[in-house]
Design a protein. Structure first.
Lengths: 669, 222
């Protein structure tokens, strides 16, 4: 623990800290461009210069200098001031003064820091350098003349994403940042380089020239495009969500966001259900709330009613529907739309128990039936970190492109019964072994066999629980906590032959078996569910309502309403409340606060933000055997997994270009 | 330097170079370079391998050699490194040619000492012979490049032609060297000044004169 002084203030800093970190601990602001907490140290922007004694009588780059015992650091001396001015002047020599037409304006590090640390005016009157634009795909817009060569984007794609595709070509004045042959950056985290870029060189292509940061209302929300529950900020203007940006949460998403979570928001204004529709003579026609409610009441479902929860609904909606069905005397609730029927008697067995932060520290990981890159891109970045720290990764299932070295053990699940030697040895050696079961494994009924591994690999130790199930729908854990599960899954709902089926934004389910039922779709996008429905009640998307979400590690998080739903659309819970009146039952709440209070009373864990406690893992069934093969993963197209993304022009373009691009090119030949 | 660029990725380029592979001899050399580094650190050998590849391309095209994209990709695959990382190295160092060059790559040093000793004349002499900066001459023999300091300041001005340095040049001496090269001869490398061996002071030693014949301890003189 070195002791040092910063501007005369004495303090002790942790071993291994840099001078920059020491200054920050002392509460001093150090300007920087290339330094980033989550990336390796480059030390090439020189903006963080400070004066350090003992040492050479010149300013030193604080980001790359280890803090040492007895250092006297000055951040307020004349030397430091002139050094910063000098660096800033050099940076601005080749930086265009095009802030008025730059999308970074208003949230630009260079702009802010030149105001705070730069000279008042330029002394440079020669020609500035110009660099040609580089193509980086449908998400990243480049204006490379603005680039100051901090190499944050290069380091991000190499270190965090694990997809080496951005590099710095040429040297000195001619240095240019580009992807190889200007191919599109094609991975799930690519757009994070836009946030990392301290200037306007890499900006968001779909958001280009849309809004200025100071015009936007910022709302704290939760990403629902997967079950990671990334913390996001929705920036809205008027009734439109303009963009989604990640918020920092070290336990969940660090400060990254998957491209889908970031760019599906333009789907919020497309293909929206903004009016009530009813099927008349086989065709959906505009209708009114009254008429729709009457039609539902006329069906006289009595007890014969079911509710299917979609992948993106919040807990409040699910609880309201549960209360409505409860009042009518039905318990036919299901959220696993595709018919999965794993055992949910103990939720610890279907939870990501290691936590995302924990999986980083695992030293042997077995992934069974999960395309982690597509099902939870941010968890994949965590696993990559674990691998960089020496973890071994084994995968059971069809091959996918990992961003780290991994051993594929084939598609046959029977390897779980007879463990291959390499896997067994790695797990035996491991101090923190982990198993991740994905949706494809659950669908094959491998949960029981997976639980047997808990004892075999000693997954549960003091302070360590290595048994994980990875879901990929944002509503899954919340749904399971609220009892949205039948013993045999959807099959039980079908067998009960309900007269009325409420589909709460459920688009992936099979409506075929419910041909005789009145299908009421309560959702926000005209997607598969709406096409099959008899009555469509327009509801709110995640951006248009307050709501509680539980991610796959059982983390309860709260999202706020950013904008109002379009047209006649209403928040889901109000629709269900009104339905209760129409059906002549009482659900026991009249306001959102009352609904939430009732929900928390029923499931107390939903009232506390943070990890829910599901208790110990159940005892494994010794007779459980893994059978069958994993032929394919459930996600066929990363960019089009939910109705919002399917409606989003940006996501469609990504899918066409980044996933089907090669096929298109081949077809053209 | 500013006009350095990568040769465009065309179907013709792919057709010509996609089949690039080490010759038997070069494969041995490549593995020898890789073996210099610990197991799993093959990427450390990127620079010698790029040089080797450039030389092999040179042999195949009877030029100094250059690095077409498919060859860079081949090297990247050979040491299992993302191709962008190899391209970064290839574009950074000036001795990797990114576009085709002639049989003799005449690199004239134009940095201050050489300039003061008349490198401008050397460049115009080259141009007079039909060379153009960054271009291959019509007969396929010459490519002219102006480079920064080659570290031969004591014998300035100088040119580097492929692997040889020719120093203490005048226009006449340069012409003689180039004529000899064009005629397929091997002109003497190093200084072209008669009577000078390497970079020793011309006209005899000016300092440490007592050291010429035998060791001399200067410490008593201080």
């Amino acid at each position: 623990m070195p002791k040092l002084t910063v501007d005369g203030q004495e303090l002790e800093v942790p071993e291994g800290a840099t001078v920059l970190q020491a200054c920050e601990l002392a509460g001093k602001e150090i300007p920087r461009f290339c330094y980033h907490e989550r990336l390796s140290i480059a030390g090439n922007c020189r903006m963080c210069l400070v004066e350090v004694k003992p040492g050479p009588p010149k300013p030193q780059a604080s980001c790359a200098l280890p803090a040492a015992e007895g250092q006297e650091i000055r951040t307020d001396s004349e030397m430091v001031k002139t050094a910063r001015e000098g660096v800033m002047e050099f940076l601005l020599i080749n930086h265009p003064l095009d802030c008025p037409i730059c999308d970074q304006g208003g949230e630009c590090d260079l702009q802010d820091q030149s105001m705070a640390y730069g000279r008042g005016a330029t002394r440079y009157d020669a020609n500035k350098r110009a660099v040609t634009e580089k193509y980086m795909g449908p998400l990243i817009k480049t204006v490379m003349t603005r680039c100051i060569h901090c190499t944050r984007c290069v380091r991000f794609s190499e270190e965090i994403a694990g997809v080496d595709e951005i590099g710095a070509l040429y040297r000195g004045e001619d240095m240019q940042i580009t992807t190889y042959l200007e191919q599109a950056a094609a991975h799930e985290l690519s757009a994070n380089v836009i946030d990392l870029c301290p200037v306007g060189a890499l900006t968001s292509r779909p958001y280009a020239f849309e809004a200025r940061p100071w015009e936007l209302k910022k709302t704290l929300s939760i990403d629902v495009s997967d079950a990671v529950g990334a913390n996001i900020r929705l920036d809205s203007r008027g009734r439109e969500v303009m963009r989604a940006l990640p918020r920092i949460n070290d336990d969940v998403n660090e400060e990254w966001l998957s491209d889908k979570g970031r760019y599906q928001v333009d789907g919020l204004t497309k293909r929206r259900l903004d009016k009530v529709f009813m099927r008349k003579r086989g065709k959906l026609a505009e209708s009114s709330w009254d008429e729709a409610f009457k039609a539902i009441a006329k069906a006289k479902p009595g007890k014969n009613v079911a509710a299917i929860a979609g992948d993106m609904v919040d807990c409040e909606t699910m609880f309201a529907a549960k209360a409505l069905l409860g009042a009518m005397g039905s318990k036919l609730l299901e959220g696993r739309q595709t018919g999965m029927d794993y055992d949910v008697s103990n939720l610890a067995a279907v939870n990501f128990n290691t936590t995302f932060a924990g999986i980083e520290t695992a030293d042997a990981i077995l992934i069974v039936g999960s395309h982690v890159r597509w099902e939870a891109a941010l968890v994949n970045a965590r696993i990559r970190k674990a691998v960089k720290n020496g973890a071994q990764v084994f995968v059971v299932g069809p091959k996918w492109e990992t961003t780290y070295p991994a051993t594929f053990l084939g598609e046959d699940l029977s390897v779980l019964n007879r463990i291959p030697k390499a896997l067994g040895d790695a797990m035996k050696k491991a101090e923190r072994p982990a198993v991740i079961l994905g949706g494809a494994a659950l669908a094959q009924g491998a949960l029981g066999a997976g639980l047997k591994l808990v004892d075999k690999f000693k997954l549960v130790k003091d302070g360590w629980n290595g048994f994980n199930v990875m879901h990929f729908s944002a509503a899954r854990m919340g749904g399971l906590m609220l009892g949205y599960a039948q013993k045999n899954g959807m099959a039980d709902v079908v067998k009960a032959k309900p007269k009325v089926v409420f589909s709460l934004g459920a688009d992936e389910m099979d409506f075929e078996p419910f041909v005789d039922a009145l299908k009421v779709y309560i959702g926000h996008h005209g997607d598969k569910g709406a096409h099959a429905a008899d009555i469509i009640l327009p509801a709110a998307s995640y951006a248009e309502k307050d709501g509680t979400y539980v991610n796959t590690e059982g983390r309860v998080q709260f999202a706020e309403k950013a904008v109002f739903a379009p047209g006649d659309a209403r928040e889901d819970w109000t629709i269900l409340r009104a339905l209760a009146d129409a059906l002549g039952v009482s659900v026991g709440f009249d306001s959102f606060a009352e609904l939430q209070a009732a929900m928390i009373k029923a499931v107390p864990a939903l009232g506390e933000e943070g990890l829910a406690d599901f208790g110990d893992l159940p005892k494994a069934d010794s007779k459980a055997k893994a059978e069958g093969t994993i032929a394919a993963y459930p996600i066929k197209d990363f960019y089009l997994t939910n109705p919002i993304a399917r409606a989003s022009a940006t996501m469609q373009q990504c899918s066409a270009e980044l996933i089907h691009g090669e096929e298109l090119a081949e077809a053209a030949e | 330097m500013a006009d350095r660029h990568i040769a465009p990725d065309t179907p013709e380029l792919r057709e010509r170079w996609d089949s690039f592979a080490w010759t038997k001899e070069n494969a041995k050399k490549a593995d020898w370079h890789i073996a210099k580094y610990p197991e799993g650190r093959a990427k450390s050998a990127v620079m010698p391998l790029l040089d080797l590849a450039q030389r092999q391309v040179g042999e195949e095209t009877d030029t100094q050699g250059w690095l077409p994209l498919p060859v860079i990709e081949y090297v990247a695959a050979y040491i299992d490194v993302p191709v962008i990382r190899v391209l970064e190295v290839a574009t950074f160092y000036f001795m990797y040619n990114l576009v085709p060059v002639g049989k003799f790559h005449v690199q004239v040093c134009g940095t201050t000492p050489c300039m003061l000793r008349g490198s401008d004349d050397i460049i115009s002499a080259c141009k007079k012979r039909g060379m153009e900066k960054g271009k291959v001459s019509e007969d396929g023999l010459w490519t002219l490049t102006e480079v920064e300091c080659m570290g031969n300041c004591a014998t300035a001005p100088m040119v580097q032609i492929n692997d040889g340095n020719y120093e203490d040049l005048t226009v006449e001496r340069l012409d003689a060297v180039l004529d000899a090269l064009a005629a397929g001869e091997e002109p003497k490398e190093g200084t072209q000044e008669p009577g000078r061996h390497t970079s020793e002071p011309s006209g005899g030693p000016t300092t440490l004169k007592e050291m010429v014949d035998a060791n001399h301890d200067y410490r008593g003189d201080w």
